[in-house]
Design a protein around this ligand. Structure first.
Ligand code: HEM
Length: 218
């Protein structure tokens, strides 16, 4: 039990700082997303900045709600002692994911990197909906462990934007790719990592459980 606290606490700090960054950056420092939009020079569809920005504001707001709601529900405190809070908050998370997916569906055709990035976002949208619905179906059928695992897979995608920007920063600033090239690598790099990381977390958990149970064997 004590082993799990640092990982949760670390995740909480990362989530808190990222939400703060997303809110300050998108609503205060760069509300017109001027830097980001300046890279959308060869779009096939005409981007209407006011509509795109409104959709982006909704997207960011609900992405932050999803990140916060998910974090609260992973706390052992909520699912062990406050079942009702866990359930209500769980539906807040699912509704937020749905809104992020819908707004992402609007923005995907205008994605930086054109059709290639756009395809990545659409695949991600489909997988995120499937993972989140699978988690819901499992808990409605009282399969707690499977629900937990699918929620971890779903929650991982709350880190999509953070990873895209981290990867595109490294590829653009350090490895010399163009911004658009780096962003496209960021989209697929984030998808790959966010599919793999939850499975690594489960393996590490299984290995720890085996080590624990061996300790008590005579
Ligand atoms: C949950 C955490 C997320 C946050 C905080 C977030 C935030 C943002 C922000 C600030 C933008 C504006 C452009 C930028 O600065 O990157 C954006 C764009 C976008 N996001 Fe998200 N997002 C999140 C998750 C997702 C997920 C899971 C998807 C896909 C299912 C997604 C799809 C998109 C798309 C398609 C765009 C437009 C990209 C472009 O125009 O190139 N986002 N997001």
């Amino acid at each position: 039990m004590t082993r799990k606290i640092p990982f949760y606490a670390l995740s909480a700090v990362v989530v808190f700082l990222y939400i703060l960054y997303a809110l300050i950056n998108n609503y205060i420092l760069d509300p017109g997303a001027e830097t980001f939009l300046s890279y959308k020079t060869d779009l096939e569809l005409e981007l209407k900045p006011r509509i795109w920005l409104t959709v982006m504001y909704i997207h960011v707001a609900f992405a932050c709600v999803a990140m916060a709601a998910g974090l609260v529900n992973f706390s052992s405190c909520t699912y062990a002692k406050r079942r009702r809070l866990h359930r209500v908050n769980g539906y807040v998370y699912m509704l937020s994911v749905l809104i992020v997916v819908l707004t992402s569906g609007y923005m995907a055709p205008y994605a930086t990197g054109g059709k290639v990035s756009s395809m990545g976002f659409n695949l991600l949208n489909i997988y995120w909906l499937i993972a989140t619905s699978t988690a819901l179906i499992h808990i409605l059928k009282k399969r707690v462990e499977k629900h937990r695992r699918w929620m971890v897979r779903s929650y991982a995608f709350c880190f999509t934007n953070m990873l895209i920007h981290l990867i595109s920063y490294v590829t653009h600033e350090w490895l010399g790719f163009t911004y658009v090239g780096g962003y496209t690598i960021g989209v697929y790099g984030a998808i790959a990592l966010l599919l793999v990381i939850p499975e690594l977390i489960f393996r590490a958990g299984n290995a720890q459980d085996r080590a624990e149970s061996n300790k008590f064997r005579i």
